[in-house]
Design a binder for this molecule. Structure first.
Ligand SMILES: [Zn+2]
Length: 667
């Protein structure tokens, strides 16, 4: 999912009366109360427990047969749910179910007692179902046309161009459109079948592939959709309207052919052909065997969301929903983001919303990777800096860890998306995976993660464990500082440089002035570039405490220093240079032009724009001051014949002291 950059406030204002009437979801199961799914996942890691076994039944399959009138917001549904008992004698099946009316429940055709209320449908199971046994129940329910629009949305012209019914229940409004276990930890292992009987002037699309369309009484048709892959309730969807369909295919580098099936309103057909033109390229990029590997499902495609759709995109499994303003081009980042969710979010799904960054941080990082691939390195740097700015803006008003956000913050853009993406980028740095554009260590870890939890659910600990197994590194420190804690480092780098014999010594002091409530020391290695004229040397400072002092010896003098020149750190930085024997603060580039160099006879020092008196100090190779040229104006000259041949360093002295600049005198 990604937020819409268009008028969110106006959309929320449409939805807010609806949302305000909905009760907050309260898990009934005691193990879910006050205990996040991720913590369950952490306990689970290494214990071979399956999230599916963490409540008293395991959903196996949903079949939903809808009757959609397309004239109002009501509908009827025959739902078949197949499940396996995880209890010794399961005597009640509890499903999430709200603002829907249950008409009857049958077990092998025999009516069953049920109670609907408090956002639950409780079905008596008589006889009880022994542990390990499976059962199918038929639930007949309907939605009143006057019921609150949540999970399922319906609108007619003139509000929209064509009558449109669609579902979008992320994160847990799915029990407003069908009876389900409305939590991502238990996927329907065998997938979902959705069939729709509706007037024959409408089309309908849903997860997976359309199997067939058959004729139904009353000038209606029945559409049969099937998706035989494990699926969480929040990734299920359907849309019905007067759609046009566009089919194409993409051949992936791994040898697979993936159907791309798009539904859109006929008037948008041309726009979508332009707007979706990069999807095959994105598919090939992500499916590369060195990146994410084969596409995990039987097809991919898009369908537009209607006016109330509060997001830019939503990663419903195999069928992404895009905001109507996003379909005509210029939104490749969102499209790449949602496509990457097919791997990270849909195939490998967070076990609970405490771990939502595993979905959104990964997809935002993937979006940055693709945009860099598409537009080049300079664009990439700007793009990820924008993500950093979005996080800093959020952090200024309210900061919190990306792990286990408050319920209202699970889709906080600055924290979960942007900082989440930066955590992935910094994990690349921490694991030594810093080659531009080349899939490396982190991609290998992602493939191991995919292979370890295929079509399953995961926690942050699962991801950490996978990266540690792939790299052999202990990353507790990284996850503690960047995932389980809030904040970011405030670096203050002070450096001094001076000639020592025929070498140049740089002493760098890296201080962390981190805000209260965040780790006092972030231990991530800090890349530092020492610039020596036109050449540079990249060194690394590894902070062990709030003040880390490192010394570097170089063969030539250092004229400036840059902390994190390639933008690997989510940080705030101040760099202060101290150079030469004077050790006064350097403010700005007080650089001389020394010519000719090498010189013979006389050497000219051309000054940058300065006012007032200026001087150039000349040091020998051992750092000894041997001569000063003073005067006014932009050009000072020294009689080189006064000095023996050798290597010298010149330094501009105005109100500040400039860096040392090497020059050579010859006989
Ligand atoms: Zn997303």
């Amino acid at each position: 999912m990604i937020r819409s950059v268009i008028s969110i406030l106006s959309i929320l204002s449409i939805l807010s009366p609806v949302l305000a009437r909905l009760p907050e979801y309260q898990p009934e199961e005691p193990w879910l109360q006050g205990k996040s799914g991720a913590r369950l996942g952490r306990e689970r890691f290494g214990q071979e427990l399956d999230a599916d076994s963490l409540h008293d039944y395991d959903v196996r399959f949903y079949r939903l047969d809808f009757e959609l009138p397309m004239t109002n917001a009501g509908y009827a549904c025959h739902e078949r749910i197949e499940f396996t008992s995880n209890a010794p004698a399961l005597d009640t099946l509890r499903l999430d179910f709200d603002r829907l009316v249950c008409d009857s429940v049958r077990r092998a055709g025999v009516p069953q007692a049920f109670v609907a209320g408090s956002a639950r449908l409780r079905i008596a199971l008589s006889p009880p179902v022994p542990r390990g046994d499976s059962l199918a129940l038929d639930v007949f329910f309907h939605k009143e046309s006057t019921a609150v629009q949540a999970g399922y949305f319906f609108a007619r012209p003139p509000t929209v161009r064509h009558s449109h019914g669609m579902t979008c229940g992320c994160p847990r409004d799915n029990h407003y459109w069908f009876a389900c276990w409305d939590h991502p930890m238990d996927k329907a292992d065998r997938g979902v079948m959705m069939n729709f009987t509706l007037p024959d002037t409408f089309q309908v699309c849903a997860n997976g592939m359309l199997d067939s369309v058959t004729v139904a009484p009353g000038q209606r048709r029945k559409w049969w959709w099937r998706h035989p892959y494990p699926i969480a309730a929040y990734l299920m969807t359907f849309s019905a309207s007067r759609f046009a369909r566009w089919d194409t295919v993409v051949a992936n580098p791994c040898g697979e052919t993936v159907p791309l099936i798009y539904y859109q309103w006929p008037a948008d057909s041309a726009a979508t052909r332009y707007g979706y033109r990069m999807v095959p390229d994105m598919m090939r990029y992500f499916s590369d065997s060195l990146r994410f590997g084969p596409y995990p499902f039987e097809r991919f495609g898009h369908v537009p969301g209607y006016y109330g759709f509060p997001w830019g995109g939503m990663e419903h499994q195999t069928q992404v929903m895009l905001h109507t303003t996003y379909i005509g081009g210029g939104h490749e980042a969102t499209i790449a983001h949602e496509l990457s969710h097919m791997w990270w979010g849909d195939m490998v799904t967070h076990v609970g919303y405490a771990d939502v960054w595993l979905n959104e941080g990964f997809a935002t990082w993937a979006e940055c990777q693709y945009m860099g691939h598409m537009n080049g390195r300079a664009f990439f740097q700007t793009f990820i800096r924008d993500k950093a700015r979005a996080y800093f803006a959020q952090a200024r008003s309210r900061d919190f860890p990306i792990y286990d956000p408050a319920w209202n913050d699970i889709y906080n853009y600055g924290i979960e998306y942007c900082k989440g993406a930066w955590v992935m980028r910094m994990l690349q740095l921490a694991t030594g995976d810093t080659a531009w554009e080349q899939p490396g260590i982190l991609h290998g870890a992602l493939r191991a993660y995919r292979d370890s939890f295929p079509y399953g659910t995961v926690s942050t600990a699962d991801w950490q464990g996978t990266v540690e197994q792939v790299t052999g590194l202990d990353l507790d420190w990284f996850f503690d500082e960047w995932v389980y804690n809030k904040g970011y480092p405030f670096y203050d780098l002070t450096w001094t440089g001076e000639a020592v014999g025929d070498s140049f010594r740089v002493v760098a002091e890296l201080r962390q002035n981190n805000r209260p409530g965040v780790p006092p020391v972030f231990h991530l290695p800090v890349p530092v570039r020492l610039n020596c004229g036109s050449e540079s040397v990249l060194v690394t400072i590894r902070p062990e405490s709030t003040l880390q002092t490192d010394t570097f010896m170089l063969g030539s003098c250092v004229t400036s220093v840059a902390l994190d020149p390639d933008n690997w750190l989510l940080d705030s930085t101040v760099v202060t240079g101290l150079s030469g024997p004077g050790r006064n603060p350097l403010r700005g580039p007080a650089l001389l032009s020394v010519a000719p160099n090498p010189a013979r006879g006389a050497v000219r020092f051309e000054l940058p724009v300065v006012s007032g008196p200026a001087a150039v100090r000349i040091f020998d190779n051992s750092g000894r001051l041997i001569h000063t040229v003073a005067g006014h104006g932009r050009v000072l000259a020294a009689e080189a014949g006064l000095l023996p041949a050798g290597v010298y360093f010149a330094q501009l002295l105005t109100r500040d002291v400039g860096p040392l600049q090497k020059f050579v005198l010859t006989d």
